[in-house]
Design a protein around this ligand. Structure first.
Ligand SMILES: CC(C)(COP(=O)(O)OP(=O)(O)OC[C@H]1O[C@@H](n2cnc3c(N)ncnc32)[C@H](O)[C@@H]1OP(=O)(O)O)[C@@H](O)C(=O)NCCC(=O)NCCS
Length: 170
């Protein structure tokens, strides 16, 4: 599965991206509001990338992890995880490439692709209530805030926080 946009090529994530994946996945600042990152070790990152690759080989993947590439450079990741039958979006852009509309362009293209090719028209996404960039991105995508709840645990933090849930029906 490859999705081309005006500026980006969005491709299955796998072990070949280890170095560029670690640029954001092992960077605490980049991953401070993420539940499953930052990665502690290169080995842990590799294990995840192998799992992502294996999932792509299945006939009905339960999670789709993409590498976002710009001019041939891997600049971030976007994912669709099927959780309890519902597609959940996730994203992270390497700090060096943020603020240029890359997350928006990727998320829009992924939603349109899933809608057109797989008939998936509902998406949701979660983020820490302090993660302004992420929820503004959701709003720019046309997603609506439907819930605020406690009990979120970002991996880099020792304390629990609150999160928003956003949804969209295309
Ligand atoms: C959230 C994230 C993926 C956005 O990536 P990005 O490529 O910089 O976002 P875009 O440039 O596409 O921005 C889309 C919209 O989001 C909003 N936005 C992005 N960064 C923002 C910021 N720092 N502050 C406020 N709003 C912001 C803006 O509304 C923007 O639209 P605009 O430029 O037309 O105003 C990026 O900040 C990131 O990787 N954060 C760290 C990882 C993370 O927390 N992921 C989410 C976990 S739930």
């Amino acid at each position: 599965m490859e999705i081309a946009t005006e500026r980006l090529l969005i491709k299955p994530l796998g072990p070949q991206y280890l170095e560029t994946y670690n640029e954001y996945a092992m960077n605490i600042e980049n991953a401070r509001y993420m539940c499953f990152l930052p990665s502690d070790t290169v080995e842990e990152s590799m294990e995840f990338l192998k799992k992502a690759e294996e999932e792509w080989l299945k006939t009905a993947p339960q999670f789709y992890e993409f590498a976002i590439t710009f001019k041939g450079v891997h600049i971030g990741g976007i994912s669709v995880h099927i959780e309890y039958g519902k597609p959940v979006l996730g994203w992270i852009i390497n700090l060096k490439y943020q603020g240029q509309g890359f997350a928006y362009e990727s998320a829009k293209a992924v939603m349109e692709y899933f809608s057109a090719n797989m008939g998936i028209r509902y998406f949701c996404a979660y983020c820490d209530t302090m993660n302004t960039a992420s929820y503004r991105l959701m709003e720019k995508l046309g997603m609506k805030r439907v819930k605020k709840s406690g009990g979120r645990k970002n991996r880099a933090s020792s304390e629990e926080s609150f999160e928003y849930k956003y949804e969209i029906e295309l």
